[in-house]
Design a protein around this ligand. Structure first.
Ligand SMILES: [Zn+2]
Length: 161
């Protein structure tokens, strides 16, 4: 099994990720200065570093206001998100999950010289098609992120597959 660099070229939605404080429960050492303060210690009764009793605490972490996975599920996966560990942390990219009747996904092997041409592409026309075809989904993304956080454009997105 090899790794391919896959390129999508076409319209996309770029949605700015905002973070919010999210509470979560953890069983941990209650002493802030203890090295086990951040460690989940559910399996023990007492801290193995300072001896304090492990207690259930509510803490907060910063997490995105929008769960893109939930959102794509709600949209019946009409759009998908190019997301992995190396994806940008400040925005999500949504691309159509079904095409325009032409192949516009390109996979490249790092071992070969390869190319694709974009001579006959009309980005403005494709963006217009995208806005019409995915009007409901675009609205859902705007409602989730806030319409001032969402832009629609045309570009090339590369990811490993
Ligand atoms: Zn401790």
């Amino acid at each position: 099994m090899g790794v391919s660099a896959t390129c999508y070229s076409g319209p996309y939605i770029k949605a700015k990720i905002e973070l919010k404080k999210t509470p979560y429960d953890v069983n941990a050492c209650p002493k802030v200065e203890c090295r086990n303060y951040r460690k989940d210690s559910s399996s023990v009764k007492f801290c193995d570093s300072c001896g304090s009793e492990i207690t259930k605490q509510t803490r907060t972490k910063m997490s995105p206001t929008v769960d893109w996975w939930d959102l794509t599920e709600k949209m019946h996966e009409a759009l998908s998100v190019r997301q992995n560990d190396s994806a940008p942390k400040d925005f999500n990219l949504y691309v159509p999950n079904h095409g325009r009747g032409q192949k516009r996904k390109h996979s490249f092997s790092p071992d070969y010289t390869d190319y694709f041409f974009l001579e006959s592409v009309e980005p403005e026309a494709e963006i217009a098609w995208f806005k019409e075809m995915f009007a409901d989904e675009i609205k859902a993304v705007e409602e989730a992120y806030g319409s001032d956080k969402v832009t629609i454009g045309w570009g090339i997105i590369s990811y490993l597959s």
